[in-house]
Design a protein around this ligand. Structure first.
Ligand code: DHE
Length: 563
């Protein structure tokens, strides 16, 4: 693999050094001094930049354990000890600045040398434990802006709602609603800090969007102009949300999963009034208690009254039945660690989720409520929701890209259709790996009406690779992907930082693909829209308001899990 095939800038820092094992020279027993102001500033940077991978309690998940001292007993009974105190300030500074081969990205272009030094010292102190967030805290945060009785009773605008895109403007803490037919920005609304994902109500009338700070908003698309009709805070660190979709329960409830506190909560789907909080603290698949099992992906099962909730640190996939909230039933399916993002297979019977630290994908059969398979894959699978298509040789496949390897994996999935019986022997195997120009993929996408398969590589350290997307021909997967340089195609001047081309998303018709060009603080960002057939640019959406666009969610495709 070339250097571009790895995601770290610093080849010279071996991954094991981050563990602070025997290689450590600085065996300090006390943490370096910090002022209270420095501690507060470092706490904020840690929350914004580090907690997502390393955890609030720093016990590690996608990222390594960052406690000052840790010790684990290995299966043979021997003890392994490490910690940031053993690493010392200098080595921690290097790791933060240049990243590691283990997958940690470099921060020398985001943090100043002073901030890097401050973070290196901060990590040697015990982590502060943030407060819990109770049902009462949720209730206190709840803001019903427009009660149901005051909402309009029919669509008051002429927008084709099914083709609206909800676009994350990450660093602005805003959500852009863009008319997919005209490519015009319809409305930009405030949302939570570093807004993360959006999902749509079963009716297609409402958008739910969630910020990393736990603030979730419901936006009504029926008035003349879209408006936020309620907000609620689920906790202090959050990534995912979904609505109840099963017949008879459409939009009745909304579930939100938090990183901190480690819990999921259920609120009213139309008003966001808080109803219930359920802790996810408990045993990992290894039988150990974990104090911070964070809620990663959540999807609503369209075929059953349940949500599929993936709990990162425990490796448990929960099937949460929402038919009787007073007698809540939840099935915990042991899979693998650490669970992150995932999506449905083409039949919507199986949910596949990346267990990124195990280099595996776990699949749940929601019909039987049991684990269907654990599939070994290349390093650090990161599917987003994945992408489904019928492979000419292996039948139905679901696919994932990889953060840590230069391939896209195609996994054969079962099908009850007679014509697919011949593919059964391939089920739950990686049947093909498509070669990418490097690692650092985050998202893949295709569409039932398309013969193209799109993959990005935004986390690759090479500008050329990170600013491009790769389009495979589903008619001939032996061909090299066509490379579209989104940075150049945007027509914008080259940025100071790498502008990451991220998250292909189809329009409703399946004939356009939208890519975000996610620029740095000082650079103009854009959304570049390609014709899926000709691969030519159709339009570029850019203006000073388009600040750091990342995720884009087409209403129809998201509502019906078309990917
Ligand atoms: Fe995400 C999905 C967590 C960083 C863009 N991201 C998800 C999901 C999880 C998650 C658990 C699945 C949600 C679901 O389906 O219910 N993301 C995390 C992190 O913990 C992480 C690694 C670090 C952090 O501090 O947050 C992280 N994510 C990012 C980004 O930096 C990205 C690239 C840009 C951004 O906007 O922040 C990013 N994540 C996304 C997107 C999705 C997502 C666009 C939804 C993909 C989809 O197609 O559904």
């Amino acid at each position: 693999m070339t250097i571009a095939g790895k995601i770290s800038k610093a080849g010279f820092i071996a991954a094991f050094s981050l563990l602070g094992l025997a290689v450590s020279q600085a065996n300090a027993s006390t943490a370096p001094a910090m002022t209270d102001a420095e501690k507060e500033a470092a706490k904020l940077i840690y929350f914004e930049r580090c907690a997502g991978c390393h955890g609030v309690l720093r016990k590690g998940a996608t990222g390594k354990n960052l406690e000052p001292n840790w010790s684990i007993t290995q299966p043979d009974g021997s003890k392994l000890e490490g910690g940031t105190l053993r690493l010392g300030t200098k080595r921690l500074e290097n790791i933060i600045a240049y990243g590691t081969e283990g997958g940690m990205v470099n921060y020398d272009d985001i943090l100043t040398p002073e901030e890097i030094n401050m973070m290196a010292r901060y990590l040697q102190h015990e982590p502060p434990i943030p407060p819990e967030f109770s049902l009462q805290d949720m209730k206190d945060s709840w803001n019903l802006i427009v009660p149901l009785s005051e909402r309009v009773t029919k669509q008051m605008n002429k927008i084709n709602l099914k083709n609206v895109f909800a676009v994350t403007l990450r660093d602005a803490g805003k959500l852009a609603l863009i008319d997919g037919d005209t490519h015009k920005v319809w409305k930009i609304l405030e949302s939570g800090y570093a807004v993360h994902i959006s999902r749509f109500s079963a009716s297609g009338r409402y958008v739910y969007t969630t910020g990393r700070d736990g603030l979730t908003t419901i936006i009504d698309l029926w008035p003349e102009e879209p408006m936020t009709v309620a907000t609620v805070r689920f906790g202090s660190d959050m990534r995912s949300v979904d609505v109840s979709k099963y017949k008879g329960y459409e939009d009745k409830y909304l579930i939100g999963g938090t990183y901190w506190p480690p819990q999921y909560s259920i609120v009213d789907g139309l008003t966001l009034e808080p109803i219930k909080v359920v802790s996810t603290r408990g045993q990992t698949v290894d039988g150990e208690y974990h104090p911070e099992p964070r809620v990663a992906s959540i999807v609503a099962n369209p075929l059953k009254p349940e949500w599929v909730v993936s709990v990162k640190e425990t490796g448990q996939i929960l099937l949460v039945d929402y038919t009787d909230l007073d007698n809540l039933k939840s099935t915990a399916i042991a899979s693998s660690k650490f669970l992150h993002d995932g999506g449905w297979d083409a039949s919507h019977r199986y949910f596949l989720v990346a267990a990124n630290a195990s280099n595996q994908v776990a699949a749940v059969d929601t019909k039987t409520g049991k684990l269907a398979a654990i599939v070994d894959t290349a390093k650090i699978p990161h599917p987003g929701r994945g992408a489904n298509f019928t492979h000419p040789e292996f039948g139905p496949v679901w696919s994932t890209g990889h953060l840590g390897d230069d391939v896209v994996s195609l996994i054969s999935t079962p099908s009850e259709e007679k014509k697919n019986a011949k593919y059964k022997k391939h089920n739950w195997k990686v049947v093909q790996e498509l070669k990418m120009p490097g690692a650092g993929n985050l998202f893949v996408k295709t569409h039932p009406k398309s013969k193209n398969f799109w993959a990005d590589a935004p986390m690759n350290p090479e500008r050329e690779i990170a600013e491009s997307v790769y389009v495979f021909d589903l008619n001939d997967l032996s061909k090299e992907p066509r490379v579209l340089n989104v940075g150049k195609d945007s027509g914008l001047p080259e940025g100071k930082a790498i502008r990451r081309a991220v998250q292909p998303e189809y329009n409703q018709a399946g004939d356009e693909v939208w890519i975000s060009l996610w620029g740095g603080k000082a650079d103009q960002s854009a959304i570049v829209i390609y014709d899926d057939k000709t691969l030519k640019v159709k339009s570029v959406i850019t203006s000073p308001e388009i600040i750091t666009p990342t995720g884009k969610f087409n209403l129809y495709n998201t509502m019906f899990d078309v990917y």
